[in-house]
Design a protein around this ligand. Structure first.
Ligand SMILES: [Zn+2]
Length: 316
């Protein structure tokens, strides 16, 4: 067999494994998720939280868009990968600082290089140049012309039983400062709406074809979330946005022999990865399920795999 040009998980064409993580996010501080990023308003303005209408009841409820959660996870994962010195250097994924735009291959941007190969239907070559040049964050969270391997669902407010509910919101009033003069802007009060602490939001992320070390990186992000080192939404520097993940379960489903068995999560053929043995809480309808102490043990092992990967990937 010819040597694999890139790890099989890089390609989207075959479903190898799915890993789904669900739970609740409990707000421990005021939570501000609005339209756009407005951390220092400098005009008189009202900033409502973003809401969605529930079809059956017609009630509008605050929610956290999946894209916000993805941004939080990507930026936390970037900090972790950077602090461990993982190569190629992780990018932020923002418009000017993403691997597709910033990296150059044979005199072109990586994006143009990949697109030229795709036009010639040289898909394997395109994937190889992406695998060789893009950072791990682009491979996991996506990049222009490369689909994300993780999808975050919108998070809706739920009660303890998991049913959609409305949550109390409050208003914080501040004084806007003119950015050029530093003086209080004329008539410049702003009102910021936020979700009160103690609210519960549904949480669900679906990943396809992530190797064990990338799952370990996600496990590291959950640790930072629980330690209050990463926050959700706006006004983070003013004591907003701390949440905790509660009632978390993780489910694995194998679609290919290279993904593993009921008692094993294999490497997906990535030579930088390591297999992990599994002790599930339950197996149901083809899903291998982890919660409670079994989940803790699995996340601990996955974090270890991540650390080992990061140590070797920082020397490349
Ligand atoms: Zn990147």
């Amino acid at each position: 067999m010819a040597e694999q040009a890139y790890p099989p998980w890089i390609s989207h064409s075959t479903l190898l494994r799915q890993v789904r993580i669900t739970g609740r996010l409990r707000t421990l501080e005021p939570l501000r998720v609005g339209m756009g990023k407005v951390d220092t308003p400098d005009v008189t303005t009202d900033l409502p939280v973003i809401r969605v209408k529930e079809l059956r009841s017609g009630i509008e409820v605050p929610y956290i868009p999946g894209s916000s959660l993805k941004g939080v996870f990507r930026s936390a994962a970037e900090s972790i990968a950077k602090s461990e010195g993982v190569k190629p250097d992780p990018c932020s994924g923002l418009s000017k600082n993403n691997c597709m735009a910033a990296r150059r291959v044979e005199g072109q941007t990586l994006e143009d290089f990949v697109k030229t190969l795709l036009k010639k239907n040289a898909i394997r070559d395109a994937l190889k140049s992406f695998a060789d040049n893009a950072c791990l964050l682009c491979k996991v969270f996506g990049a222009p012309t490369y689909r994300s391997k993780i999808v975050f669902e919108d998070a809706y407010p739920v009660d303890e039983g998991g049913k959609l509910t409305s949550v109390p919101t409050g208003i914080k009033v501040g004084i806007a400062i003119d950015r050029t003069t530093g003086a209080v802007a004329t008539g410049a009060f702003y009102r910021v709406e936020y979700v009160e602490p103690g609210a519960l939001f549904s949480f669900s992320l679906n990943s396809t074809n992530l190797p064990n070390y990338a799952l370990g990186l996600l496990a590291e992000v959950f640790t930072l979330l629980d330690d209050g080192l990463i926050r959700v939404g706006g006004f983070k520097s003013r004591g907003f946005g701390r949440v905790r993940a509660d009632d978390v379960s993780l489910m694995v489903r194998h679609y290919s022999p290279i993904s593993g068995e009921a008692d094993r999560l294999d490497t997906l053929g990535d030579p930088g990865d390591r297999s992990v043995s599994l002790t599930p809480s339950d197996v149901r309808d083809g899903w291998i399920i982890f919660r409670g102490p079994e989940l803790e043990a699995l996340l601990k092992e996955l974090r270890r795999v991540w650390k080992d990967y990061a140590a070797s990937a920082s020397k490349r």
